[in-house]
Design a protein around this ligand. Structure first.
Ligand SMILES: [Zn+2]
Length: 75
């Protein structure tokens, strides 16, 4: 296993969507028969669409300006 390829890749960060799990639980509304208005939510574990199941994603634009809290300074 060569680690050379890893060195050129941007540093990955844990996916905020699945918290590095690679999968998320998704709830599906599963309607019951007509006449019964109470549906059922089926929780299903699916691959995280955010990271494609990798659990890690490239960090957001590094050049992105950090949001600075506006602090009113007395002058
Ligand atoms: Zn993810």
């Amino acid at each position: 296993m060569s680690e050379a390829w890893a060195a050129i890749l941007p540093r990955l960060v844990a996916c905020p969507e699945c918290h590095g799990e690679g999968t998320i639980e998704e709830g599906y509304a599963y309607p019951h028969n007509a006449g019964r208005d109470i549906g059922e939510i089926i929780m299903e574990t699916v691959s995280c669409p955010e990271c494609g199941g990798m659990g890690e994603i490239p960090p957001p634009d590094e050049e992105e300006e950090e949001e600075e809290e506006e602090e009113e300074e007395d002058e």
